[in-house]
Design a protein around this ligand. Structure first.
Ligand SMILES: [Zn+2]
Length: 67
């Protein structure tokens, strides 16, 4: 799988799968914004993709393999 790197908190790069599925709102098909702060564990390991209209669409965990 290919990945995109995006800047995360504390200067850490975060890898994301290079696919649009996780960031396309299932309700309106709109582009969701990545929100590292909404992931929940406070270290930026999970990233929520948030539709401005419909809220959280998906939560991506780039380090799932490492847990
Ligand atoms: Zn939406």
């Amino acid at each position: 799988m290919e990945y995109d790197n995006i800047p995360g908190p504390d200067g850490v790069e975060i890898r994301l799968p290079r696919t649009d599925d996780y960031r396309t709102c299932s309700e309106c098909g709109g582009d969701c914004s990545p929100d590292p702060d909404a992931g929940g564990d406070g270290i930026g390991a999970r990233i929520a993709f948030v539709c401005p209209v419909h809220g959280v669409n998906a939560i991506v965990d780039p380090f799932e393999d490492l847990r």
